[in-house]
Design a protein around this ligand. Structure first.
Ligand SMILES: Cc1ncc(C[n+]2csc(CCOP(=O)(O)OP(=O)(O)O)c2C)c(N)n1
Length: 691
């Protein structure tokens, strides 16, 4: 361990970051001091010598993006934000990890100015950065004009051993390398220590070779305190335009702590009052000073305030000239920056004619997407290698790819060109990264990302979906092949518990439309839902397109559940409730029951979350408390449905894994037939009558 004695301004500033961070952790008696101590020099070099940002306006559109992927090192980020003049006061530093503070345990983007994304679950931030870099490249390709690089910035991250170990980082790194995202620059805090161990126990591959193989530009720095070397490496990374960069910087966890340096004891526990003192002594810091920011350091860090203001002002000037020269494209760019939807964006969405055979809702979804897509320049996304199945290709809108790679076998490419202006993202078979990259895209501002895969593989992207909900990001998930009805692919591909899984996530709206027209409305809801994610769940198989002259308008979907058709004249004897493909069954069963003089109300219930957001009055109007004979039909587990069917209700559900056979056979065997719905309804009526 090198004992830093001589106190240059740089060392003073680096130590200021270190000491502020360990003081915050120590005061909270909780947190992670090791990473800030080791990574302070790289963070300092990046933030004071390279990062283009305006602390007075954390939302400046062309700022560099910075992600602390190793979110457990949050004290480092808060120190940087505080010191460079963001609206994060010293009082907040002292409130680290406390109730109501804006300095929570792990960085939360919706809480703290300057925090781009919520990080903590390792690997996510790594992949988020890839999404941000994609957004930058797309917007630059779309809006920049000769002499007017109005979008031109870097995406940086500090990533850790844990980040690199997580699979999602590998997926994202592989895609970033393929896409040649030259403005993505990651600093790897290569400290060889994780939460409970040396990396010698489980992480011994040659990381540099690994990233070389992904097509990244790699550099190694042996001394994490060598600011000059770090700066040179960042410069080289910025010069490299064809490959994303990773700088592997050898650091020491808990740097400067006499007893915890290079040990996992420094990772996730406060150093202890005594050890903090010793660390301060060791680094030539006044050992009795708490939250001490030397004037010289403060002044130096605060340079970011005036620099940031100036940088944004220059950019605004450039933008004003751009606006004069290119008023039309500027108008669109402005709308993008504000995150506004184009007026009339939904007008081209078709109405689907009634059709007893109908079309699959995934098919209808594809048609709806093609209809509105041209009006929404911020709409982009793709599937995890399932375009043929999910019907989510944006026809004629090109492939988001580096031009240089448009060679060889381009099967599956979309019409419309091969460049960063393309709006079809080929995520490859990488669901986890797809979700996390979508979070980066959604974070950027203006982009409305969508992803697509089979509903069963929502399991592969739950972590980023949860974070999208936590961060209040608009990400639209298209999930097709939504039940056992998908058939022959069998139980590995047949979702059973996935709807319940998704419904359990707070602030995630799940919509499973019944037919083509509900699908059209579902997409409108998804696009209009600007501040949280929406999962759209579609069938593989055809479903009848209901005759909306006979049945209520599909606009009812907006309210989550609605009366599709009521019992004629009198109070219903029974309410049949269904979502998605099972709505067709209750529609048919109603006719059978009506023939037996049973008064039936049928309710289409595409979204629990939208329904929950309605007034009690509306909810009671759809599901009157007095009508307790209720039968729900949904091809998934029944978990949670008791809320809607009550004690006297019943449900046709799937309580086991599915089976491999043609879809209609599987559905019939599992009880999803008009005959069985009718039978179960009659049985329930009998049971409740006899009570
Ligand atoms: C997905 C995920 N798994 C587990 C954890 C718990 N955890 C927090 S930090 C960490 C390992 C830290 O190692 P490293 O990334 O090298 O950070 P350092 O020890 O250098 O601070 C673990 C396992 C987590 N935050 N996210």
């Amino acid at each position: 361990m090198k004992n830093v004695k001589k106190s240059s301004l740089d060392e003073l500033c680096v130590n200021t970051i270190r000491m502020l961070s360990i003081d915050a952790v120590q005061k909270a008696d909780s947190g992670h001091p090791g990473l800030p101590l080791g990574a302070a020099p790289m963070a300092y070099a990046l933030w004071t010598r390279f990062l283009k940002h305006n602390p007075s306006n954390p939302e400046w559109y062309d700022r560099d993006r910075f992600v602390l992927s190793a979110g457990h090192g949050s004290a480092l980020l808060y120190s940087l934000l505080h010191l460079t003049g963001y609206a994060l006061s010293m009082a907040q530093m002292k409130q680290f990890r406390q109730w109501g503070s804006i300095t929570p345990g792990h960085p939360e983007s919706e809480l703290t100015p300057g925090v781009e994304v919520t990080t903590g679950p390792l690997g996510q931030g790594f992949a988020n950065g890839v999404g941000m870099a994609i957004a930058e490249a797309y917007l630059a390709a779309r809006y920049n004009r000769p002499g007017f690089n109005i979008i031109d910035h870097y995406t940086y991250a500090i990533v850790s051993d844990g980040d690199l170990m997580e699979g999602v980082a590998s997926e994202a790194a592989s895609l970033a390398g393929h896409l040649q995202l030259g403005k993505l620059i990651y600093l790897y805090d290569n400290n060889h220590i994780t939460l409970s161990a040396s990396t010698q126990l489980a992480f011994t591959e040659d990381k540099r070779k690994r990233f070389d193989a992904y097509g990244w530009h790699t550099q190694v720095i042996d001394d994490g305190n060598d600011l000059a070397a770090i700066s040179r490496a960042i410069e080289a990374a910025r010069r490299e335009t064809k490959r994303p960069s990773i700088i592997l910087i050898k650091t020491h966890i808990g740097y400067g702590s006499p007893h915890k340096h290079d040990t996992y004891k420094a990772h996730g526990s406060p150093l202890g009052v005594e050890e903090v003192k010793l660390t301060k002594q060791h680094l030539g810091w006044p050992d009795n000073a708490l939250f001490y920011v030397p004037e010289k350091a403060k002044k130096h860090f605060h340079q970011a305030i005036s620099d940031g203001k100036r940088a944004e002002k220059e950019w605004q000037k450039k933008l004003a000239n751009y606006a004069k020269k290119y008023p039309k494209i500027y108008a669109e760019f402005k709308q993008m920056m504000k995150g506004e939807l184009t007026k009339g964006w939904a007008e081209a969405i078709p109405e689907f004619p009634a059709d007893p055979v109908g079309i699959a809702t995934r098919e209808a979804s594809g048609k709806v997407m093609q209809a509105f897509n041209p009006s929404l320049p911020g709409f982009m996304g793709g599937s995890a290698d399932l375009n043929e199945s999910t019907k989510t290709a944006l026809i004629n809108f090109g492939n988001f790819e580096s031009k240089a790679t448009a060679v060889g076998d381009l099967q599956g490419a979309e019409e419309g060109g091969w460049s960063y202006a393309g709006r079809n993202l080929f995520f490859g078979v990488r669901e986890h990264a797809m979700g996390a990259i979508a979070n980066g895209l959604a974070t950027f501002g203006g982009i409305i990302p969508f992803t697509a895969t089979f509903l069963i593989f929502s399991d592969y992207m739950r972590p980023p979906m949860r974070l999208a909900a936590l961060m209040q990001r608009q990400v639209i998930y298209v999930f097709t092949h939504d039940s056992i009805a998908l058939g022959e692919d069998g139980p590995t591909h047949q979702p059973v518990e996935q709807l319940a899984n998704l419904r359990a996530v707070p602030h995630l709206t799940v919509i499973r439309p019944a037919d083509a027209n509900e699908t059209a409305v579902a997409w409108q809801v998804a696009i209009e839902t600007r501040h949280h994610p929406v999962a759209l769940v579609f069938t593989r198989q055809k479903v009848p397109t209901l005759d909306r002259k006979q049945y209520a308008s599909a606009e009812g979907l907006r309210r989550g559940a609605y009366i599709l058709e009521d019992a004629p004249k009198r109070k219903p004897d029974i309410i049949l409730i269904a979502s998605g493909s099972e709505v067709g069954l209750i529609v048919a069963a109603k006719q059978k029951l009506a023939a037996r003089k049973i008064a039936v109300r049928i309710v289409s219930m595409p979204s629990w979350e939208l329904f929950a957001a309605q007034s009690q009055k509306y909810r009671d109007a759809v599901l009157p408390p007095a009508i307790t004979t209720r039968l729900a039909v949904e091809a998934g587990v029944s978990q949670g449905w008791d809320k809607y069917i009550g004690d006297k209700g019943d449900m046709i559900s799937v309580e086991d894994f599915g089976a491999s056979a043609p879809g209609p056979i599987v559905m019939q065997k599992y009880g999803f037939s008009v005959a069985n719905v009718t039978k179960r309804a009659l049985a329930l009526l009998r049971k409740n009558k006899s009570k």
